[in-house]
Design a protein around this ligand. Sequence first.
Ligand code: HEC
Ligand code: HEC
Ligand code: HEC
Ligand code: HEC
Length: 153
Amino acid sequence: MSRKSILAVLFAGIASLFVAAGLNAGLEGCPDVITMKHEEAFEQHRMGIVDFTHTKHVVEYGYSCGACHHDASGTPTDDITCEDDIKHCIDCHSKPGQPRVDRSLPEEERLKLEREYFLGAIHQNCMDCHKDYNQETGTNAAPVACTQCHPRP
Ligand code: HEC
Ligand code: HEC
Ligand code: HEC
Ligand code: HEC
C-alpha cells in the first residue's frame, strides 16, 4: 500500500468514528433498549415481553428517527432529539387490546382501522420494515416470526 493510500484509509477510519459518535450523540438521553410492556393497552401480556433495541436500530441499522416517529398528521419527524418530550405511539394509536376490524374491508382501509389500536400500529411499524428489508436483502435477518421478537415465556 502506498503512503498516500494508507493515509486515505486512516482518514476514512477517523471520519467514520466521528460519524458514529455523532449518531450516538443524537441518542444521548434515549433509552438504549426499551422494554415494550404497555399495561395501558394490555391488561395481561400473553406473549413474552419484547426488548426493543432502540440505539441499535439507529446506530447499527442506520435508520433516522422519522422511520418510526411522526407528528400528529403522520409526517415523519427526523429532527427530534432525546430531550424532546415526544408523544408516545399510544397517545395517538390509543385503542387497547386486539384490533377488532371487519376482515372483509379493502386492505388499505382495514390496515388504517387496525392502526387506531396500539397493537396494530406497533406491529405494522415493526413488521412492514422487517418484511421489506428481508425482501430487499433476500435474507431473513429481520425478525418476522412471533418468537423471534416475543421470547417464549
Ligand atoms: C418485530 C417484532 C415482533 C414480532 C415479529 C411480533 N410481535 Fe407481537 N408485539 C411486538 C411488540 C413490540 C408488541 C408491543 C408490546 C407492548 O408494548 O406492550 C407486541 C404485542 C403483541 C401482543 C399484545 C401483548 C401480549 O403479549 O398479549 C400480542 C398478542 C402479540 N404481539 C402477538 C404476536 C404474534 C401472534 C406474532 C406472530 C404472528 C407477533 N406478535 C409477532 C413485536 C412483535
Ligand atoms: C426503528 C424505530 C425507531 C427509530 C429509528 C427511533 N425510535 Fe425512538 N422510539 C421507538 C419506539 C417504538 C419507542 C417507544 C415508544 C412508546 O413507548 O410509545 C421510542 C421511544 C423514544 C423516546 C421516548 C423514550 C422514553 O423514555 O419514553 C424518545 C425520546 C425517542 N424514541 C427518540 C428517538 C430519536 C431522537 C431517534 C432518532 C435519533 C429515534 N427515537 C429513533 C422507535 C424508534
Ligand atoms: C401525534 C400522534 C401520533 C404519534 C405519537 C404516533 N403516530 Fe403513528 N400515525 C399518526 C397519524 C395521524 C398517522 C396517519 C394516519 C394513518 O395512516 O393511520 C399515523 C400513521 C402511522 C402508521 C402508518 C403509516 C406509516 O408510517 O407506516 C404506522 C405504522 C404508525 N403510525 C405507527 C406509529 C408508531 C409505531 C408510533 C410510535 C413510535 C407512532 N405511530 C406514533 C399519528 C401518530
Ligand atoms: C425502519 C425499519 C425497521 C423498523 C421500523 C423496525 N426494525 Fe427491527 N430491525 C430492522 C433491521 C434492518 C434489523 C436487522 C437486520 C440485520 O441484522 O441485518 C432489525 C432487527 C431487529 C431485531 C433483531 C436484532 C435486535 O436488534 O434485537 C429485533 C428483535 C427487532 N428488530 C425488533 C423490532 C421491533 C420490536 C420494532 C418495532 C417497535 C422494530 N424492530 C422496528 C429494521 C427495522
